[in-house]
Design a protein around this ligand. Structure first.
Ligand code: ATP
Length: 351
């Protein structure tokens, strides 16, 4: 395992700037996620770290080594792709052995290490099988084994699960985390899938337009998003506009709410416009007199373990409210309801 550091990386493709002065430090042994909308630069950053792209400006360090000019195979990093990139006419064993043959490792040693790699991904005994006789999930395990067989210090994964069905994706989440941790690897994982990132990451970076919007552990990104972009990108949220009165009181068109700043020490001056983020699961439906906001139910989706309500407020704002284990199913209609949110669940966003 090895610390990975990107230092002021800019990458231009002609007149497209894919990365703008990105700096990141990924701790040794950490499973780190790069997340963000399409085209925000996740893959380009991963490829710069892997040595598959050369940054226009900036440096990449693995531990103390400046690897910016080194080819991929000299970085002790292995990459796993969404497409698996396996040779269909070869056996599982031949696919895995390829990297070692290129490195001129002795035959017996190759065989030993192929078996070891297959064991790590729980495919012992599959070496002689044709790759084309393996399921999608098994093929992704083979591509993981092929990455692990060269004993890398870093494992770089580019949307490795997006070609699998939902059930397999769930299983492979814990498998990949186990593999990274058991082998003391530093892992960087690119995905669109926020549930994948929230459930697997030690820390993650949310990227936006070639830059880093926020870095932190999943619970921090979810509970203390720095901006409305991050709040909206990770999980569902209600964003309300308001004006700061004094202290933490924010006046919205529908009433005054007391908020908690997302970033410690952030205290906007009275009169400034701000955005509040309120997660649907943080809102409780109560009597109108007990709510800090009031509205009317205008829609509902019943999902068994939970129910999602759309609640229309006076000024036309629609709030999403989720109730777990619903005992009462409320109907849309004219009855006023109150919405109660505790102060720590009303997040005052910096931007
Ligand atoms: P996605 O989630 O859609 O894969 P991404 O966040 O991984 O997106 P990148 O693939 O890194 O985004 O692309 C970032 C920007 O750089 C995009 O505008 C893309 O069109 C551009 N880009 C990436 N690779 C190249 C290339 N080889 N030539 C020209 N432009 C490129």
């Amino acid at each position: 395992m090895e610390e990975i550091r990107a230092d002021g990386i800019t990458k231009r493709f002609g007149n497209v700037t894919a990365l703008k002065n990105v700096s990141l430090k990924i701790a040794s042994g950490e499973l780190f996620f790069l997340l963000g909308g399409s085209g925000c630069g996740k893959t380009t950053l991963l490829r710069c770290i892997a040595g598959l792209e050369t940054p226009t400006e900036g440096r990449v360090f693995f531990g103390d080594r400046d690897v910016t000019g080194l080819p991929t195979h000299k970085r002790e990093a292995a990459m796993v792709f969404q497409s698996y990139a396996l040779w269909p006419h070869m056996t599982v064993g031949q696919n895995i052995a390829f990297g070692l043959e290129e490195r001129k490792v002795e035959k017996k040693e190759i065989q030993r290490r192929v078996e070891e790699a297959l064991k790590m991904v729980k495919l012992d005994g599959f070496a002689k099988r044709g790759v084309d006789q393996m399921s999608g999930g098994q093929q992704q395990r083979v591509s993981l084994a092929r990455a692990l067989v060269v004993r890398p210090k870093c494992l770089l994964l580019d949307e490795p699960l997006s070609n699998l069905d939902a059930q397999l994706r769930l299983e492979m989440r814990s498998e990949i985390r186990r593999i990274v941790k058991e082998n003391d690897l530093t892992g960087i994982y690119v995905t669109h899938d926020q549930a994948e990132a929230l459930s697997m990451a030690d820390r993650m970076a949310v990227m936006d337009e070639g830059g880093i919007a926020q870095v932190g552990p999943p619970e921090e990104i979810y509970r203390q998003p720095i901006s409305s972009y991050v709040a909206g990108f990770i999980g569902e949220t209600n964003l309300l506009k308001g004006t700061v009165r004094e202290g933490r009181q924010v006046e919205t068109p529908n009433g005054v709410l007391t908020a908690t700043p997302s970033v410690e020490g952030f205290q906007p001056i009275p009169g400034s416009s701000v955005i509040l983020s309120i997660r649907p699961e943080a809102v409780e439906i109560v009597n109108p007199a007990e709510g800090s906001l009031v509205g009317r139910i205008i829609g509902r989706i019943y999902l068994g373990s939970l129910i999602q309500y759309s609640v229309g407020l006076d000024d036309g704002t629609v709030m999403q409210v989720t109730e777990q284990n619903p005992q009462i199913i409320r109907s849309p209609g004219d009855n006023l309801i109150g919405l109660r949110v505790s102060t720590e669940d009303v997040t005052l966003l910096e931007r």
